[in-house]
Design a protein around this ligand. Structure first.
Ligand SMILES: Nc1nc2c(ncn2[C@@H]2O[C@H](COP(=O)(O)OP(=O)(O)OP(=O)(O)O)[C@@H](O)[C@H]2O)c(=O)[nH]1
Ligand SMILES: [Mg+2]
Length: 291
């Protein structure tokens, strides 16, 4: 048996969570076009022919502005500790910039092997990419550079084979039927947040947190009540929407996915609460964002 930890790192929005979901074949982490979607260190566990590979999703690396950012930064540094391999992800749909080169170079001399993944190549071409990734070829600690597309499934198998080479022998850390370390309640809260991220605009999504108030699971029905917490009164109005339409929409989309997850009918009651500057409140961040 071979078993090990692989941490996925990169700037916000480069496609880390989509990649982990694709590798694991389950929805472990929510995905959205808004940067800073992922807030926690999330494990996605793949059991396959003699391997247990524990992928670690992380929040996108960005500069810290508040206590929530500090929490996310800590999740990233925790996720880098004692891992067997680091997968660095760059967004291949955009031009690779000097700051991307610097980000990759930060992992020099870290004693951990790294694979560089260029994501979203369905939105680019090899002709455009190859000259841009040339500077990474000379970096000793970068063992491979693999262009991938999670959307098209392109090179996912190649990446997995390369990763396997760095997984040591050992006993599995988790039961075979577990695919994440997160609780069902955490997954439910994240699904609600994901729908809000897709439907809301501007600065509102960044200031949203979900608190599960009730989770009553019976054999055929699960009743869930949750608060969508936002930072301003004006945001509350937008989240509720005209005639409550926005909140209804978030609720309907979330309910359908939660029903899929739990494999039963769900009654979902959503409320909107204002808690000014909650992102600056260390205790609140720890209570609500961590699972
Ligand atoms: N075209 C294309 N888009 C992708 C691909 N993978 C992810 N995306 C899109 O990129 C956006 C960001 O994806 P995420 O997986 O949430 O990115 P992330 O790196 O986890 O982002 P943070 O959690 O904010 O750090 C979403 O709109 C995805 O649909 C891909 O293979 N091709
Ligand atoms: Mg993410």
């Amino acid at each position: 048996m071979k078993t090990g930890f692989v941490t996925i790192l990169g700037k916000p929005n480069v496609g880390k969570s989509t990649l982990i979901n694709t590798l694991v074949g389950e929805k472990v982490a929510i995905v959205s076009p808004k940067p800073q979607t992922t807030r926690n260190k999330i494990l996605g566990i793949l059991n396959t022919d003699g391997y247990q590979i524990v992928f670690v999703d992380t929040p996108g690396i960005h500069s810290s502005k508040n206590k929530l950012d500090d929490f996310m930064e800590k999740s990233i540094s925790d996720a880098k500790k004692s891992v067997d391999l680091i997968v660095l992800v760059l967004d291949g749909s955009k031009r690779i910039r000097q700051e991307d080169v610097e980000f990759v170079k930060r992992y020099d001399n870290k004693n951990t092997n790294a694979i560089l993944v260029i994501s979203k190549i369905d939105e680019s071409s090899f002709d455009k990419l190859y000259p841009q990734i040339a500077p990474f070829n000379e970096l000793q600690y970068i063992k491979d550079i693999i262009p991938i597309s999670s959307f098209k499934g392109k090179n996912i198998d190649v990446l997995l084979e390369k990763i396997k080479a760095y997984i040591p022998e050992g006993e599995p850390f988790f039961d075979e039927d577990i695919y994440t370390d997160k609780s069902v309640k955490f997954l439910v809260a994240e699904i609600i947040r994901e729908k809000a991220l897709w439907l809301l605009h501007d600065e509102i999504p960044h200031g949203i947190a979900i608190e599960i108030l009730e989770f009553d699971e019976k054999s055929k029905l699960c009743t869930i009540s949750a608060d969508i917490i936002c930072e301003k009164k004006s945001h509350k109005q937008i989240i509720i929407g005209k005639n409550g339409q926005m909140l209804k929409n978030i609720g309907m989309k979330a309910r359908l996915e939660i029903e899929d997850l739990l494999d039963k009918k769900v009654m979902l009651n959503l409320f909107v609460k204002v808690r000014e500057d909650w992102r600056e409140d260390n205790n609140f961040v720890k209570d609500i964002i961590s699972d």
